[in-house]
Design a protein around this ligand. Sequence first.
Ligand SMILES: NC(=O)C1=CN([C@@H]2O[C@H](COP(=O)(O)OP(=O)(O)OC[C@H]3O[C@@H](n4cnc5c(N)ncnc54)[C@H](O)[C@@H]3O)[C@@H](O)[C@H]2O)[C@@H](O)CC1
Ligand SMILES: Nc1ncnc2c1ncn2[C@@H]1O[C@H](COP(=O)(O)OP(=O)(O)O)[C@@H](O)[C@H]1O
Ligand SMILES: [K+]
Length: 462
Amino acid sequence: MGAPVLTAAAMRAAEQAAIASGVPEYDLMERAGATAAEIVWRAGGSRDTLVLCGPGNNGGDGFVIARILRAKGVPVRVAALGESGTASSLRARARWDGPVEALHQAKPAAQLVDALFGTGLTRGLADAVAASLERLVGRANHSYAVDLPSGVETDSGRLLSPVPRFGVCIALGALKPAHLLYPAADRFERLVSVDIGIAPSSPLHSLAPPHLDAPASDAHKYSRGLVAVIGGGMAGAGLLASRAAARSGAGAVRRIVPDADGRGPDAIITSAAMKVADVAKALEDKRLSAVLAGPGLGRDDGAWERLEAVLESEHRLVLDADALTLLADKGPDQLPAGAILTPHEGEFARLFGDVPGSKIDKALAAAQRSRCVLVYKGADTVIAAPDGKAAVASRGSFWLSTAGTGDVLAGLAAGRFAVTGDPFRAACEAVWLHGEAARQAGAAFIADDLIERLPAAIARRL
Ligand SMILES: NC(=O)C1=CN([C@@H]2O[C@H](COP(=O)(O)OP(=O)(O)OC[C@H]3O[C@@H](n4cnc5c(N)ncnc54)[C@H](O)[C@@H]3O)[C@@H](O)[C@H]2O)[C@@H](O)CC1
Ligand SMILES: Nc1ncnc2c1ncn2[C@@H]1O[C@H](COP(=O)(O)OP(=O)(O)O)[C@@H](O)[C@H]1O
Ligand SMILES: [K+]
């Protein structure tokens, strides 16, 4: 499992649990401030520093950071937004014995620490405050956001007011959704998460690198998983998916297509299934461990009939692309429980409509409603299971935004589903391997390049 991700409410509950177990709130603030100050000090030494302190506990952390940096000999100034309004922040402010400037009059410094607002932000910053923050971050050579960049909504990652881009974001105690969800996740270059002595626990995690198994001595191609990819009019997409499935660790891949076109690696068996009855017959093979439908399937009546044959089969299913669009049009009530669905934003909206909440909330609600594992794709990809657990993959390569990478992911998910039999685990493995292949591929790659890198990505996790 990756690092736990806590919403603002879950963070408050974890804080309350720590307090109930005998750690005073102010001690948590001292720990948070000391840990953050250490990070700033190690990176910046005695750079001229300006700390911006807000009225709540985030501002309290700022006063602790300022005091500790100053005790180390760092030239520190503090600029505050109004008076401190919580017991702990008042205490932290009282222990700061330097002057406090007004935020709108603050002069820039080489290093800036933003402790204006954290998880307590409920609305956007006033225009003048957002402008001061933007000006001061813009003039600093090094900038740090304490817990969160001020102006982002903790649970959704939305920007409630304009937010400048920081060098480092120091997440206190646990990651929050805004550290992983865009656009907030793009408001800092580097993310550091620090322990402050609370024990965060959550059904939501950042996506961790998977632990994969090499085949056992008695393995054979069918025990390792036979995948069928149901193709249609657009052979290229189905081929990309088939080739990704073939390099996913599964034992064998079959392409079931309207015409045997002779394309693809020799290791992939292509069967022509001209009629729907032929598709249904091919799906009768009991050795099949997973079936993928969607990439290149088409959206006409023939495609729907082929999809119906897939839905009627009892196999583990991965549904992507055209399969999702067809289901949205013709029968969202026919989503097969236990499948993996891999929609991008448009497909998600077509299938599930306007679901309220953050991207994580939406993926979880859709998983619960469909009783499927959702892979809600994008720069931030949320993998959600019907039982309420979820993992978020984020801060990966934006070069993935190129044609066909979704087909590769779908093939990979089908392959891992065939290998593991567990849809959530398979989806997590597929998304991680896909992201790793993209990291290794570097810049300006095409979807085919990802497939070549899958074996090395798998080898790294054995
Ligand atoms: N939860 C925890 O375990 C800990 C939290 N700590 C810090 O406490 C922070 C949360 O503190 P708070 O709950 O006091 O909240 P913040 O300090 O984030 O916000 C302060 C207050 O400002 C007001 N406010 C909200 N939006 C505003 C706006 N746009 N303009 C003006 N005022 C606005 C609200 O009344 C809010 O309570 C965390 O982000 C973290 O930095 C740490 O001190 C230690 C431990
Ligand atoms: N800006 C981005 N940054 C990182 N990954 C992205 C970005 N845009 C898309 N992706 C990823 O690339 C893949 C694109 O899938 P999809 O939209 O189905 O494209 P296609 O249909 O062309 O294959 C998904 O895995 C998605 O998560
Ligand atoms: K902040």
